[in-house]
Design a protein around this ligand. Sequence first.
Ligand code: ADP
Length: 478
Amino acid sequence: MRVLLAASECVPLVKTGGLADVIGALPAALAEVGVEARVLLPGYPAVMAALQGVEDLGPPPGADATLAPGARLLSAQAAGLDLLVLDAPSRFDRQGGLYENRGIDWPDNPERFAVFAQTAAGIARDGAGKWRPDVLHVHDWQTALAPVYLAAWGVDTPSALTIHNIAYQGRFDATLAPMLGLPPAGYGQGWEFHGHLGFLKGGLMAASAITTVSPGYAREILTPAFGLGLEGVLQARRGALHGILNGADTAIWDPATDTALPQPYNAQDMAGKAEAKKALQSALGLAPAEGPLLGVVSRLTGQKGIDLLLAALPGHLARGGQLALLGTGDADLENALKAAAQANPSRVGVRIGYDEGLAHLFFGGSDAIAVPSRFEPCGLTQLYALRYGNLPVVARTGGLGDTVIDANPAALAVGAATGIVHEPGSATALDHALQRLSELWAEPAAWRAVQVAGMEHPIGWGSSAWQYRRVYEGLLRP
Ligand code: ADP
């Protein structure tokens, strides 16, 4: 079976979020279950610079030449991935962010991602060279129009659309629709969304299957609190909606082989974890303490519940705990965190910035990891925490609730518990969860049992790759 994964980001070439991690990891995971996947990417400078073995396949099929004059479809390899690339310099060869420049969206984003989606649909219709996909699998609003084009062109290649975060919907002025080649019939019940042109909305209406990145998030986005206006569309398409968890890349995230740690460790021999804790405390200027060292590696935005953590911090410190935080984002959160560190320099260590290497030391050196998100489609840091023997303290939302088993008495009794789960959006609930963390810390045998259960919890792509295969098979044999 052949699948075209069309996406606007892919690790290690271009990344703004978890979408890139998924696209970078999925081809190898799918290959393990007998699915041949190729990735279609826009020809951003960082992508073009990395290409090897380039073959020019000519003008991209399906792409309107007036939207991207002189565009070419390339076949190439980069970073071990088998790629197709839309080389459209007028739309993608520019310095700045993938979607914005200095915080302002590129004004031609509708044209950029419409022509990219047209190319994805064109490959699903005509193939790329000799290669023709059986299924087109698109991701987020940037590629969501591809199923709309397939339907408009009367092409019956099946499509799947994955929602990585429903907060990003690709909403534009409806008067752009004719220029983007969208059928007028889409006004009313197709791509039209509250009087606007909705890229994601159109894709949700037209895709043969819809997936999102956890079973919990698949349930939540059917409700107004999480669906952000798209819950009605999703309810109408409920039968086509699947929740499939993201995996983590266990070649990169493994304490037994992680060169960013002072000494490797595993569930049987945890000496290296104590060394990593000392190294992290020393890097942040923290003194040894009797309570657990709580780590956080996160974007600093309202979604992530860092304000709740600040509110629950005094209680955690009063119980002898410490906090180590690595993150970047909203200025007011950054300032409040810096102030907390200044007020308690031996107990609270804060690093503002994005630092992949330091993140590894945070996972190796912390005793627990807090993820108090208000919503979380899947979440990766709780998966790394499990693997590195940190107890995840997570809000019961989206993928967090699907991946951590709360250390309640029943789960502790059967050895199933892997962390602590609390109600989302409440500083009081987080404070209570941190209190439970301290109580568990005071019982080393119980703590160790939870730690080992977490380290043995599978966090890779294996099961999810099978689930994607099952979705594709369902589309080919309806
Ligand atoms: P989201 O995609 O919403 O940011 P995820 O938990 O799915 O949340 O993925 C976040 C990823 O980014 C994780 O791999 C995490 O380790 C990494 N990350 C977040 N902030 C930082 C930071 N300041 N430095 C290094 N890595 C970070």
